[in-house]
Write a protein that binds this ligand. Structure first.
Ligand code: NAD
Ligand code: TYD
Length: 337
């Protein structure tokens, strides 16, 4: 089985590449990635010599790049992880890159998959397309889309384009919508790795608003296994929500990280809230559990410990991604907050 994994040099994509090669001996992977600020070949260190793995540098929103890779390889499936993925960047630095990659890029991949008769297309989407919940309830696949920020709006746009390609053109496409991931190789712009990295350096931990915003956290390898399950067993045209149903306020996550690292809570600094900040996300994962037989394996305690241990053991990785352009980004986003 030859898989095209777009965005395979990012956080979830690189975990998926490792997971799928470790799990199935008959799988070959072509990792197609533009290597934006979030793409890092160090995430794939050790795979260079694997004959079942190839890396192609390319941009999903560039028709020539896309055409060339589809012409070179005959794919059995496309898994589209490539995206601009950070809400704060979409708010502070503009939506254009998000529209370019998340919307246009997805459409170019859909067109190429149709043209080359690729038998399966998996779109990696997010719970954020549903918008925000009140104090009760969870997102099901039937929840209407209600994205509230440019990132989630472009991801919702991509989901609609995937739906249209399936509905109108008969492409065999499925969509996964997952909750917040954490784990090894996550870029330290997202909550958990940012808090770990700052705590390790004894820097303030910037908690937005009152810290009572709720996210539903899943360990990245559970997400990878769910995607692999959908790739193999998902029904054409269906959407599958993925989550571990562990939803807690941000401040609790931050305190847990400090406890694990034996650092003082005095590092916590409440900062100006994110504009339009979605209050609560929580997934109902009944469909994928009952129809496809997937279950999350990691408790939050196990996943967080594995993650923190990984960051402690991979100081050089963290140092590399936190230098240069990252420092400018950090100053811009947090400097006057
Ligand atoms: P990430 O930002 O860590 O990685 C994105 C990858 O895509 C990078 O390697 C980057 O170089 C690549 N990329 C960006 N633009 C590209 C382009 N135009 N062409 C080719 N490659 C490009 O993202 P992530 O956190 O690993 O998320 C992966 C996917 O999962 C995204 O589609 C995201 O929306 C979705 N998702 C993420 C989460 C989460 O918690 N991180 C949750 C649910 C869904
Ligand atoms: P994030 O990891 O950016 O994921 P998302 O916005 O896609 O859910 O943020 C998770 C939560 O943590 C969100 O409610 C915003 C909050 N947050 C902070 O409080 N401080 C921070 O520095 C960051 C990056 C996020």
């Amino acid at each position: 089985m030859k898989l095209m994994v777009t965005g395979g040099a990012g956080f979830i994509g690189s975990n998926f590449v490792r997971y799928v090669l470790d799990t199935h001996t008959d799988v070959h992977v072509v990792n197609f990635d533009a290597l934006t600020y979030a793409g890092n070949l160090e995430n794939l260190a050790g795979l260079e010599e694997d004959s079942r793995y190839a890396f192609v540098r390319g941009d999903i929103s560039n028709p020539d790049d896309v055409q060339a890779v589809f012409a070179q390889y005959g794919f059995d499936a496309v898994l589209n992880f490539a995206a601009e993925s950070h809400v704060d960047r979409s708010l502070h630095f503009g939506a254009q890159a998000f529209i370019q990659t998340n919307v246009l890029g997805t459409q170019l991949l859909l067109d190429a998959a149709r043209k080359h008769d690729v038998p399966r297309f998996v779109q990696i989407s997010t719970d954020e397309v549903y918008g925000s919940l009140g104090d009760d309830g969870r997102f099901s696949e039937a929840t209407p889309m209600g994205p509230n920020n440019p990132y989630s709006a472009t991801k919702a746009g991509a989901d609609f384009l995937v739906r249209a390609a399936e509905h109108s053109h008969g492409l065999d496409a499925v969509i996964t919508r997952c909750s917040n991931n954490y784990g090894p190789y996550q870029f330290p712009e997202k909550l958990i790795p940012l808090m770990i990295a700052n705590a390790l350096e004894g820097k303030p931990l910037p908690v937005y608003g009152d810290g009572m915003h709720v996210r539903d956290w899943i360990f990245v390898l559970d997400h990878c296994e769910a995607i692999d399950t959908v790739l193999r067993k998902g029904v054409k045209g269906e959407v599958y929500n993925i989550g571990s149903m562990y939803d807690v306020p941000n401040i609790e996550i931050v305190k847990l990280i400090l406890k694990h690292l034996d650092k003082p809570e005095s590092l916590i600094t409440y900062v100006k809230d994110r504009p339009g900040h979605d209050r609560r996300y929580a997934m109902d994962n009944t469909k994928i559990r009952t129809e496809l037989g997937w279950e999350p394996k990691y408790t939050f305690e196990q996943g967080l410990k594995t993650t923190i241990d990984w960051y402690l053991a991979n100081g050089p990785w963290l140092e590399h991604v936190r230098s240069g352009r990252y420092l400018q980004y950090y100053e811009k986003l947090y400097g006057d907050r």
